[in-house]
Design a protein around this ligand. Structure first.
Ligand code: C2E
Ligand code: MG
Ligand code: MG
Ligand code: MG
Length: 292
């Protein structure tokens, strides 16, 4: 009986896998042309300097709103696009849209901020990707210092030599580099020292339970002091409470991002916070097309 039950379970499991596979394949098909149909757009989440309360940057976050399926989260569709290779085109579009938007805010008289763009492993490992970034900067007119590229540890560890070379090219362009989700990857500390990054983002999984979890407090403190001793800036993500802000600042983390300071928002809403002029036709729309 046990054996039979085992077989049955096994069968159900296989059917489950197939359904999951089919669903992923369907989403991948639907993703073709999603940009051209206007189903994807970017929202922007403020990054704040605690001491002054100033918004100095915003992270661009991708949203896919499918007319039939509704809003599909990036945690679902980005890995699928990454696996199929679609992320290349989508990522290029994200980069260009974010740069154009940031330029549009500046042209509308907004306070100049940096825009942070998430880079996928696939994009980053593309040959001559730094040249693509250079072309996008030239095409959008955004000064490279207002672009920050967020990469992850696991991405960099795939091929350290190659990653270092690409990062040097990006630095040479004048762009900023951050390591996203820091602490969740395979942290090769000796490699970390070779990466020309300016900033670590403490992963939100360590921030969430700061109030109650002693281990998370220890990890957050360790990341902050590691980063500081390497001369890096540190930002905490997923900051939701005043208590978390107090703990993080007390321990030397001076940049924060999270619902406590602002949710990811439409470009026009951030434009308002940045003090952009909003006369008719002047307010940059979500993809920057309406600017000046
Ligand atoms: P991430 O880059 O680590 O982005 C942070 C995620 O945390 C975002 O989720 C953001 O909305 C969420 N978040 C921000 N503040 C808080 C908070 O206070 N509490 C909580 N619980 N969550 C908060 P989102 O937008 O769903 O994005 C998820 C992930 O998808 C991103 O993680 C990133 O890895 C990926 N992603 C998003 N946009 C892009 C993109 O344009 N390209 C690529 N390659 N990946 C992207
Ligand atoms: Mg990110
Ligand atoms: Mg992150
Ligand atoms: Mg992430």
């Amino acid at each position: 009986v046990a054996k039979e039950a085992g077989r049955n379970n096994r069968k159900l499991y296989d059917i489950g896998m197939n359904a999951e596979k089919r669903h992923r394949a369907m989403l991948n098909d639907l993703m073709h042309g999603a940009i051209d149909r206007g189903e994807m757009h970017l929202v922007y989440q403020p990054q704040v300097e605690v001491r002054t309360g100033r918004i100095f940057a915003a992270e661009a976050l991708l949203r896919w709103n499918h007319p039939g399926l509704g809003l599909i989260p990036p945690s679902t569709f980005v890995p699928i696009a990454e696996a199929s290779g679609l992320i290349g085109r989508i990522g290029d579009w994200v980069l260009e849209t974010a740069c154009r938007q940031n330029r549009a805010w500046q042209q509308a008289g907004g306070e100049a901020i940096t825009v942070s763009v998430n880079v996928s492993a696939r994009q980053f490992m593309e040959r001559d990707w730094a040249q693509t970034v250079g072309r996008v900067l030239a095409a959008t007119g955004l000064d490279a210092r207002f672009l920050d590229l967020e990469v992850t540890e696991s991405m960099l560890m795939r091929d350290v030599g190659r990653a270092v070379a690409t990062m040097r090219e990006l630095k040479a362009l004048g762009a900023q580099l951050s390591i996203d989700d820091f602490g969740t990857g395979y942290s090769n500390l000796s490699a970390l020292k070779r990466f020309p990054v300016g900033r670590l983002k403490i992963d939100q999984s360590f921030v969430r339970d700061l109030a109650s979890d002693e281990n998370d407090r220890a990890i957050a403190c360790a990341v902050i002091s590691l980063g500081r001793s390497l001369g890096l800036r540190i930002i905490a993500e997923g900051v939701e409470t005043e208590e978390q802000v107090a703990f993080l600042t007390l321990h030397g983390c001076d940049e924060v991002q999270g619902y406590h300071f602002g949710r990811p928002m439409e470009a026009r809403d951030l434009a308002r916070l940045l003090g952009c002029r909003d006369g008719p036709g002047r307010l940059p729309d979500q993809d920057g097309a309406a600017a000046e």
